[in-house]
Design a protein around this ligand. Structure first.
Ligand SMILES: [Zn+2]
Length: 181
């Protein structure tokens, strides 16, 4: 485990100066409900296709707006699933190809070094995968510190953000599904 001084010296780490590590709170059991736990009131389930960047029979792609990086998107299942563990085998079999399609669409924006793909699920209870395109040359955004950097970065212009989502939608729709952005 690196020391705090070693972390601060690393260019990936967003913070410098005097910081201290919080002690762990005691475990909270049972845990509080997450948003959208009940499909009847789930925010994702209620949203129309028109609110998404791209959709098909089983998947919907949500664009993050406002955004600190062009092209941050979330891949959601059309139907309400919590995670991989409660998906049908045929839906699970589509995830790999879908990840590759979304990754290629984000790389197609240009000047993207790598697309970070993340699955947490501690926020909304409706299944979603995060795709975060790391801009070429921005070495400090490498790796798992990127989501923390996002909280510290200014938003890109609304026009640039919307143009990126339109590009992603049109790339995906060329291979099927419907572009809405
Ligand atoms: Zn839902």
């Amino acid at each position: 485990m690196p020391t705090l001084d070693e972390l601060i010296a690393d260019s990936w780490f967003p913070f410098a100066g005097d910081i201290t590590v919080k002690p762990f709170d005691p475990p909270v059991i049972p845990e509080p409900d997450r948003g959208g736990l009940d499909p009847a009131t789930c925010w994702s389930c209620q949203r129309p296709d028109a609110d998404y960047v791209w959709t098909d029979a089983n998947w919907r792609l949500n664009g993050m707006l406002p955004t600190q990086l062009r092209g941050i998107v979330l891949l959601e299942t059309r139907n309400h699933h919590d995670s991989f563990a409660d998906m049908r085998p045929d839906l699970l079999a589509e995830i790999g190809p879908m990840i590759a399609r979304v990754e290629k669409a984000l790389l197609g924006l240009g000047d993207i070094a790598r697309v970070h793909v993340n699955r947490w699920g501690d926020g909304g209870a409706h299944f979603h995968l995060w795709f975060m395109p790391r801009p070429l040359g921005m070495l400090q955004l490498r790796g798992s510190m990127l989501p923390m950097w996002l909280d510290l970065m200014p938003d890109v212009s609304p026009d640039d953000a919307a143009a990126a989502l339109r590009g992603i939608a049109s790339t995906l729709a060329a291979d099927g599904g419907t572009a809405h952005a």
